[in-house]
Design a protein around this ligand. Structure first.
Ligand code: HPA
Ligand code: ZN
Length: 319
C-alpha cells in the first residue's frame, strides 16, 4: 500500500534481513550458527516477545562498523520509501551495541550517514529515537543518556523497549526526567505484553507523548476513555502482534474496535524483517483481513503524521 504515511514504530535493528545478516557476517569475519538464509528464516517462529528478543539480540552481533549501520539504514529506507513511507521516526537500542564493546558514536554516526541523505536519496524525512532496554537497570539507562550527550543534535527523543513484564515504566522515572530536561521527546512501549497499568504509568510518570503498542488498553474501559479524551496516539503493529502471539490471529486484532471507540491509532511495522512486513504490508494486512475501509486507512495515515514529531510545515510537505 503506497498511501503516504509516517513510520513511528520501527526498530532499525529489526530491519536486518537474513541476506544482509549473512553479508555483514562475511564482511566482519563472523560465522552465524545457521547454514543459510532459509535455515535462519526457519528460526523466525516465536512463542512470545522474549523468544523473539533472543534472536534479535543474537543476530545484531553482525553489526560492527559505521558502514554496517549505514547499510542497514539505507536498505530500510529504500524499502520504506517503496511502501509509501514519507517520514520515519527510527528507534535504535544503544545498550545492545555498547554492551558488545561498540562505541555509541559508531552506531549514531553510521545511522546518520544514511539518515542525513535520506530526504534527497529516498524522499523520506527522518528522526532518531534512542531506546533504553527496560530489562537493564535504571543506572545503565542514565549512563546511556549521559553517553549520548555529544550526539543530541542527531537524537530527537527517547523510548523504552525490550522485555516488558516485570519492568514497569516507573523504574525509569529519573532518566525520563533527565531526558525531558535535555529537551528530548518521550515515548515508551507499554501494554504490549504488560498490563494496562503500565500504559497509565508511562503517561503519568514518564510523561510520554505517544504509547508504543498500548494494545492492552482495551482491557480497561476507563483507560480507553482517557486515551480517547487526551488523544494519546497508540502506535500499533498488527503483524508483530500476530507473530509474538499477543493476538491469536490477525482477524482477532482489536484495531477496528479501537478505531470505533475513537482511539487515535496508527499502524506500523515494529521489526519488519522478523514479523513479515514493512509499513505498507501492515496497511495491506489490516485492509484485507480486518476489512478496514479506504476512509479508515486514510485516517490511520493522517494520524501517523499528526502523531509524528514533525513541525507543522514539515508535516504538510511530507503528506
Ligand atoms: N517489543 C519490545 N521491545 C522490542 C521490540 C518489541 O516488539 N522489538 C525490538 N525491541
Ligand atoms: Zn517495538
Amino acid at each position: 500500500m503506497s498511501l503516504p504515511k509516517a513510520e513511528l514504530h520501527l526498530h532499525i535493528e529489526g530491519t536486518l534481513e537474513p541476506e544482509l545478516a549473512f553479508e555483514l557476517a562475511t564482511r566482519n569475519g563472523l560465522t552465524l550458527p545457521y547454514a543459510d538464509t532459509d535455515e535462519l528464516r526457519e528460526a523466525y517462529r516465536f512463542e512470545d516477545l522474549q523468544s523473539f528478543l533472543n534472536l534479535y539480540y543474537e543476530l545484531m552481533a553482525v553489526l560492527r562498523t559505521e558502514r554496517d549501520f549505514e547499510d542497514l539504514a539505507n536498505e530500510y529506507l529504500e524499502r520504506a520509501a517503496a511502501q509509501g513511507v514519507r517520514h520515519a521516526e527510527i528507534f535504535f537500542d544503544p545498550q545492545a551495541h555498547t554492551s558488545r564493546g561498540l562505541e555509541l558514536g559508531t552506531v549514531v554516526e553510521g545511522l546518520w550517514r544514511a539518515l542525513g541523505d535520506s530526504e534527497s536519496r529516498h524522499g523520506v524525512s527522518t528522526r532518531l529515537i534512542m531506546c533504553f532496554l527496560r530489562d537493564e537497570s535504571a543506572e545503565s539507562a542514565l549512563a546511556t543518556l549521559h553517553a549520548a550527550k555529544p550526539y543530541l543534535d542527531r537524537i530527537t527523543g527517547v523510548g523504552l523497549d525490550s522485555a516488558e513484564v516485570g519492568h514497569p515504566p516507573a523504574k525509569f522515572r529519573e532518566v525520563y526526567e533527565a531526558a525531558a530536561a535535555l529537551g528530548l521527546r518521550r515515548v515508551a512501549h507499554a501494554g504490549e505484553e504488560g498490563p494496562p497499568e503500565y500504559i497509565t504509568e508511562a503517561l503519568d510518570v514518564l510523561g510520554v507523548e505517544r504509547v508504543d503498542h498500548g494494545l492492552r488498553c482495551v482491557e480497561d474501559p476507563a483507560l480507553v476513555e482517557r486515551l480517547v479524551r487526551e488523544r494519546v496516539p497508540l502506535t500499533l503493529c498488527p503483524l508483530s502482534n500476530v507473530r509474538l502471539r499477543t493476538v491469536d490471529t490477525l482477524a482477532d486484532h482489536p484495531l477496528p474496535a479501537m478505531l470505533d471507540a475513537g482511539l487515535m491509532c496508527t499502524v506500523h511495522s515494529d521489526d519488519p524483517a522478523y514479523f513479515g512486513g514493512y509499513a505498507g504490508d501492515n496497511f495491506d494486512a489490516v485492509r484485507d483481513t480486518l476489512g478496514l475501509s479506504e476512509e479508515q486507512l486514510r485516517e490511520l495515515a493522517r494520524n501517523s503524521f499528526l502523531a509524528s514529531f514533525l513541525e507543522d510545515d514539515e508535516e504538510l510537505r511530507a503528506r
